[in-house]
Each structure stands twice: as structure tokens, then as C-alpha cells.
Design a protein around this ligand. Sequence first.
Ligand code: HEC
Length: 256
Amino acid sequence: MIGKKIILASALIGVLAFGGEQFAMSDADRAMYAEMLENNPADIMIESGNELLEEYCGGDAGLAKFLGVSEDELPAYIAGFPRYIDKLGMVVGLDQVLQALMAQNGHKPFALKSSEMFDMSAYAKSIANEEKINIDVNANEQMKAAYALGEEVFTTKRGGRGLSCMSCHSPDVVGSVLRTQPLPDLGSEANKAGATWPAYRMTKSSLRTLQRRFQGCMNNALLAVIPLGSPEMVALEVYVTEKAKDREIAIPGLKR
Ligand code: HEC
């Protein structure tokens, strides 16, 4: 165990040199964080996402209809994403459902990486606020396969430094500190990434999705960046969301 940590530590030393983005929270940052918790700057983006959903997707009712559930069932249903959606023939994130719904309504879908899509998908997920994450990775063959692929992507070492997501986010190393930044346990109550993204990222001053956050780590750790919405990326979202199972959804999250 100790040997393993030393090997990891030396693998990480090179990484520590990247970018100026990793810094601990100063007292001033901490005060700002406390203030933002009271009044999340992303609340206004969620509101704009609500308006976009009305305009392009027929609002909550349009989304429920597209998903084949009643409006009452919608929150719990949303708490189970990513899901295998029969009419799309694949496991998809909520953002891809919104794209399909926009297309069905005769609109050009927002790009997955657009701020409009971040706002709209954040609003859509917030419909499930206070529900518990109820993703079922054994629901069908497609979900089983997505979970297995997600685990593979999470644990496979890649890039010049030979790091995987697991190198920094495994139970062995969480609680350790990387250049003064604690390594988060993605499934913990304190972090519960699957239940708190989309989130407002203070260091980026913007609302980001979980998949976009994955890309941030890929960039920092010099892993080739996987495109949003690709089977590997959705699989990674399935795998990470499973870790937050039964944790309460609270959108928009607020992150450093
Ligand atoms: C070199 C170490 C390292 C690697 C490799 C790494 N991460 Fe991270 N990750 C971190 C650190 C450090 C943070 C916290 C940064 C902060 O607080 O801003 C973080 C934060 C995150 C978060 C946000 C957690 C939250 O809710 O605040 C997610 C999600 C995440 N990583 C997923 C991944 C995935 C998926 C991979 C693999 C593609 C990965 N990480 C690879 C170090 C790493």
C-alpha cells in the first residue's frame, strides 16, 4: 500500500507542474464561496435554461411527453440519467435527449458544448432536485455495457504521464493532496459529483456540465480529451454517476 502511494506520488510529480489553476482556497476565496452558497451565480443560468426549454422543447410537459412519462414521474425519471432510450437506440445523457427533442420540434439542436445547452440541461436536471440519484446500471444490456466501458475508461492509464482517472480518484489516494488541492472522492456525500453537476465553477466563472468537468481533468493530466456525448464520455458519466447513487440531487452545484 505504502509502496503504491510512492509510485503514484512520483507519477504525479510531473503533473504538479501544469498550469496555475490548482491552488488552495484562500480565506478570501472561502468567504466568496460561503456567499455564493447563499446565492449561486448559476441560478440565473438555470432560469435562462428554463426559458430555453419552454421555447424549444415545450417545457417540462414537452420533455415528459418525449420521454414517455407523466409530469409527476418526470423528476424521478430524470434522476436516473444517463439512460438507455429506446427511440434513440443508445445510452444518452440528458443533453442528448434535449438535442433530439429540439430536432423533433424542427429546431437546430444546440451544440453539446454551447452555453445554451449547459443552461438548458442544467435546468432539466434541476427538475430532479431533492430526488435521489437512481441510475440503474443493470437495467438492460446497453446500460451494463455502458457501465463496463465507463469503468474501463476510468481505470485505463493513458497519456504521456501514464495516468488514469483512478490514479487520482481511487479510494487509496483520495484525501491526499495534489499541489495543495485535495483529491475528491467522487462518490462521497461531500462531493457526490453525479448529483451536483451541472455546477457553477468559480475558477471558470461559468456553469459547466459533468462531462465538461471530466474534460478539464483530461486536459490537466495530459490525457487525450474525449468528445462530449461520445459513447466513452457517456459511459464515464454512467460510471461516475453510479458512485453517487442514492445521494440527493442539488443543481446547480457550486465548485471551486
Ligand atoms: C492528476 C490527478 C487527476 C487525474 C488524473 C484526474 N483528476 Fe479529476 N480531479 C483532480 C483534482 C485535484 C480535482 C479537484 C480540483 C478542484 O478542486 O478544483 C479533480 C476534480 C474532478 C471532478 C470534480 C469533482 C467535483 O464535483 O468537484 C471530477 C468529476 C473529476 N475530477 C473526474 C475525473 C475523471 C473522469 C478523470 C479521468 C478522465 C480525472 N478526474 C482524472 C485530479 C485528477
